[in-house]
Design a protein. Sequence first.
Lengths: 580, 337
Amino acid sequence: VARTTPVKKAWRSLAWLGVIIVALAGLNVYATFADSDQTWSPKLALDLEGGTQLILEAQVSDGSAVTQEQLAQAVSIIRQRVDASGVSEAEINIQGDRNVVVSLPGTPDDATLDRIQSSAKLEFRPVLATDAPTTSAVGGDGTDSTASPTPTPSVSLESEPTAVPTDASDYSYITPALADQFTNFDCASLENVDVNLAPTDEPLITCEFEGSTAVAKYILGPVEISGERIADSTNGVVTNSQGVSTGQWAVNIVFDSEGTQQFADTTERLYSYIDTDATRNRFAIVLDGSVISAPSTNAVISDGKPQITGSFTQESSKTLADQLKFGALPIGFQLQSQEVITPTLGDSALQSGIIAGLIGLILVIIYSLIQYRLLGLVTVASLVVAAVITYEVLLILGWRADYRLSLAGVAGLIVSIGLTADSFIVYFERIRDELRDGRVLVSAVEAGWKRALRTIYAAKAVNLLSAIILFWLAVGNVKGFALTLGVTTVIDVLVVVLFTHPTLQLLATTKFFSSGHKASGLDPNALGAIYRGRAQFRSPVLPAAKTGAGREAARRQTIAERKAAEAADGSSTTKGGKDS
Amino acid sequence: MASFAKFGNDLYTGERSYDFVGKRKLWYLIAGILIALSILLPALRGGFVFGIEFTGGSLFQITDVTSTDQDIASDAVDEAVPGANPHVTTVGTNGIRVQTDQLSEDDQRVARDALAAAYGVESDDVTSSFVGPTWGADITESAIRALVVFLVLAAVFMAIYFRTWKMSVAAIVSLIHDIVITAGVYGALGFEITPSAVIGFLTILGYSLYDTVVVFDKIRENTSEDGPMATRTFGESVNLAVNQTLVRSINTGVVAALPVAAILFIGSALLGAGTLRDIALSLFVGIVIGTYSTIIIAAPLYAHLREGEPEIKKHAARLLANRKAAAATASTTVDAK
């Protein structure tokens, strides 16, 4: 009975492994059907496959210079936004005085373009006046319309407030000039403006759109809270007071302490209008100069966690949440050109990498077979299993997280051969140690496994720790590397637990291995076990005495010391024996 | 290979033993010299050479070319301005983009004319401008922050797992040793530091720590089995553990280094891929250094740190006294005969 239990366990583990491999394969089959872009080869990164180069030009309305700091800041924000959508390892840099170049693998869709180039400048402003839009439909693609962001006020009307406004909801902001401008305001003029550039301390005229149709226009007071006060933002489905999902997507904002205070103050003031002034009870959430929504204030919100609803889909709410989280771009950008670019490295580099990797792999196999004889085949088989699972996982990551293999990634995978093989080497060496201590193979496998597993878990935990932290905190290429490291580490542990150990458990029961065949790699004679009696663990006195005569050993001081120690030990044991 | 198996057996029983712990002064000296060289040699060469991914550089854009052969551009630039390190990309159907290291005004003009001549276009069809780094300060900052957090957490993890902070210290010191030397090799050879090389350094960081944890786990096992009546001093126990895992260290080192060596020597020498060379060099050097530093830096340093502890000191003193006495008795017995 004692013999069948490990065998049963072994088969169960192998069955689980089979289930995992088949499930991953199934997921990949599903992916190829669900997504027409998905194939059975991993996606390649920019350096190997090329992609699309987008040139974004900074838009500054008044012709003032764009500073390098602003561009650098924009690059950093764009990078974080790109990273938030996956690990495609885009290249982003400044070109010349006013351009940012974004190189992405593959062809970006509109959502990606929007994610990259829209400023995402968020403002909370109180509503002062509202009206139906003058032009209800904003048609045309408007590519060549050059609307000015701030319509020129007509000169004849008074444009300075007659009284100093006391708060942001004060009607005295609406000067005759502004009122006139509001009446004549065409929502279509907002169509092509990235940021509706009204200073934060002045009122703003703008519109609310549903799709491309303007549904309302507003005069809004000065900014109460700006997007810089956002500490975090996520997207999610709105739930009603019973906690039931309404199916509507929203962006949830968390303000920092200053923003929380500002928001509490604002909602407190607006709430005071609840019965008296339905218009001024509302506040508008303005994104890049257009109103996303303008809800009424039904309560004072003091926890600093407003929720923005509007006409969001899951994807657009995720995009906006990511944009808000990483902050608004310091300047607006216009897409200048979008062109296909070829890889910088290309096929030859990938081929060299793969050929070199294969040669390396063959060398590893030869070395394992020399070192571990037929046991080396278990290493090779384990590596093959690890390779299959890694391949499947990379495909899935490519599908879900836009993971792409760069040349550095290929090299990383080749190095992981060494780290993976080490788990087997640690394990085999432990088994050999147990055999040297005089155990029979089946129990040596179990005892060695116990000790090896602890070491493997500890060492892999360090690797996983580095992967998680780098993935979490780093950006750009480092993030992609961290993902590769994390994935290979987890797969490695999976393989050694579900494949290598069970295989050895099964092999231990075969005559070839348990009899310690010379070619098995687990020959107790070759491992020196026979020198010590069967029942005895660690009694190196006899062999030490034998080899002690050898010239080589005599030269080593530590051996001499040990001999002395053993002699001392031996005498004390003999004494003990006499006493009993 | 019977001899290698025998080698493993002898290391396990202690019949054969290399004195890693005892000769620590020699190892410290070697490490000190290597680290000094790793700092001096790159400094003599004028510091590290960073790729344009880090520094930014000059950008040439050629429009309306009839041939999009990328070799024309790299050959032209290499000839006009040697050492400019061109990266050539085809843009769209008839555009070529060439990025080089930052060039002086004169060199930029020379390169521009050379490119125009090579593609048979007017000089006006070649525009030149400056490009910023793709690996910007923001990536470096975030990577360094992540690294510091990782090192602190890894040290805490090891301190908890091994139940002694001294192992953390020894492991981190040997890790720093590995990184300094690996970077030093880059600087000394004048290799350009590219993002691939940095990724290689990070891989090494993980590998080095991993290797140390594996060996330290054996040390933990051996030294925790030692009671107050142990027949080995603490240093000897550590040394035995290192010797017992020596076969593992050699095998793992070889298995990890073989594929990387294949990339380094076959991939880059015969097939000529620069990026592969960058990453493989840092990996190869790192794996070799990472494996040996565990044995000759981390383990001896750990023994060194612990040996000062009163209990371990007392135990060692008693053992040595016993041994002397035993040796004396043994010789008197012989005399009596």
